[in-house]
Write a protein that binds this ligand. Structure first.
Ligand code: S3P
Length: 446
């Protein structure tokens, strides 16, 4: 959670207006890289997110012998798939940077290979729990060990030629765990099923289908048989709703704002943040709904106004899990109290998002009380001030957009992490009419 070296933002607000596009969807880009690499034949992708997290996934496949071209500035990427059994042993440990999705999904995929691998990451990732994937994978016969203290990275994976399909009943609602088990299931003997305690993002299921791999769903359970094949395909990746949420919030909390965010994914398993903002009184319209790359998309039109606090319905939590830093800013700008419970997962994201957001909001004069599993925020006036994003991309972006209602500039340290998921955030912010400048700290700070 260090943010000593790196970038500082100074955000001075503005009135969001006009039309913008946000970066490609991070979750879908990871999966496109993975399935493209494992497919037979070429996969051509548009809208691939060239953020550090997805590039970590792509680089891992390059190190395992997969040829790729791109991504260029338009997110065009070609992957020459090697087939499910075509990966080559990497020469060194695979570095996953800040990306939990890369590490957890690759853990499942690599459990079925004929060569050993080690997965490692930056200080934040090395602090995140990995037994949630290592334990169920071990029950399939995988030989995988989280070598850090308390089940943390690095992950050491030894070849396990005889993975067995089985039925997993998950305790945590996690698309990363579900996806890791399904990826291992591609290499397992027999059927692998995963039952989830609550719906989580279903991009893996949709994309397997897009690559021609048979998969079935019955209620909360999804199943596939090992030993099939993936066929290379063409894929268009929509804008990331999680990235769009910073702009939805920026516009929703200030009367007079009028902003359209084009071609954003509105998958039902991701749209909890939209529903929460609407329940707080936000005026958001989904224009021009259509399908792109097997995913529902729309242009999101938001008009600013006054929001009010709510008790966030607990069933929306997994459907909005990445949106809470931005939603806490909306709560701080709203009238009245917002209460979030049953969201302890936020404590094991890229930072402890409950504590880090509470510290930041308090530094801006907002009454924010962290709870073990959530937060209570009393909306009201927000001052300017200094906050530390603790190297968490979504925390940094949330405080940058909070400046639209703050009484003075907001300085955010640890903002370099924005490159993990939204490398052109500053350009998009500027196009939306906000004033955010970045300052690179001298090396003597690092
Ligand atoms: C993701 C799933 C979520 C989310 C993460 C991306 C994915 O994590 O927070 O940013 O792409 O599967 P969990 O599944 O652990 O909740």
């Amino acid at each position: 959670m260090s943010s000593q070296a790196g970038e500082r933002l100074v955000a001075r607000g503005g009135l969001p207006c006009g039309r913008v596009r946000v970066a490609g969807d991070k979750s879908i880009s990871h999966r496109a890289a993975m399935f493209g690499a494992l497919a037979e034949g070429e996969t051509r992708i548009t809208g691939f997110l060239a953020g550090e997290d997805c590039l970590a996934t792509l680089t891992a496949f390059r190190r395992m012998g997969v040829a790729t071209e791109g991504p260029d500035t338009g997110g065009n990427l070609r992957i020459a798939g090697v087939g499910l059994d075509g990966l080559q042993p990497p020469e060194e440990p695979l570095a996953m940077g800040n990306s939990g999705t890369s590490m957890r999904l690759l853990a499942g995929l690599l459990a079925g290979q004929h060569f050993p691998t080690v997965l490692t990451g930056d200080a934040s990732l090395r602090n995140r729990p990995m037994n949630r994937v290592a334990e169920p994978l071990t029950r399939m016969g995988a030989r995988i060990r989280a070598e850090g203290e308390g089940g943390r990275p690095p992950l050491r994976i030894e070849p396990a030629p005889d993975l067995k399909g089985r039925h997993h009943v998950l305790e945590v609602a996690s698309a990363q765990v579900k996806s890791a088990l399904m990826l291992a299931g591609l290499y397992a003997d027999g059927e692998t099923c995963v039952t989830e305690p609550a719906p989580t993002r279903d991009h893996t299921e949709r994309m397997l289908a897009a690559f021609g791999y048979p998969i079935s769903r019955d209620g909360a359970t999804v199943c596939l048989d090992g030993g099939g094949r993936l066929g290379g395909t063409d894929l268009a990746i929509p804008g990331d709703l999680s990235s769009a949420t910073f702009f939805l919030v920026a516009a929703a909390i200030i009367p007079g704002a009028e902003l359209t965010i084009e071609e954003v994914g509105i998958n039902p398993t991701r749209r909890g943040g939209l529903d929460i903002l609407r329940a707080m009184g936000a005026d958001i319209r989904e224009a021009n709904p259509r399908t792109l790359g097997g995913e529902p998309v729309a242009d999101l039109e938001v008009r600013g106004g006054r929001l009010h606090g709510i008790n966030i319905p607990t069933q929306t939590v997994p459907l909005a899990i990445d949106e809470f830093p931005a939603l806490f800013v909306a709560a701080a700008a709203a009238e009245g109290r917002t209460v979030l419970r049953e969201a302890e997962e936020l404590r094991v994201k890229e930072s402890d998002r409950i504590q880090v957001m509470a510290y930041g909001l308090q530094a801006l004069g907002v009454a924010a009380e962290p709870l073990a599993d959530g937060i209570v925020i009393d909306g009201g006036a927000m001052s300017g001030g200094k906050v530390d994003a603790h190297g968490d991309h979504r925390v940094a972006m949330a405080f940058a957009v909070a400046s639209v209602v703050a009484e003075g500039p907001i300085e955010v340290t640890g903002a370099e992490a924005i490159r993990t998921s939204f490398p052109d955030f500053l350009d998009v912010v500027e196009r939306a009419g906000l004033r955010v400048a970045t300052i690179t700290e001298g090396s003597n700070h690092g």
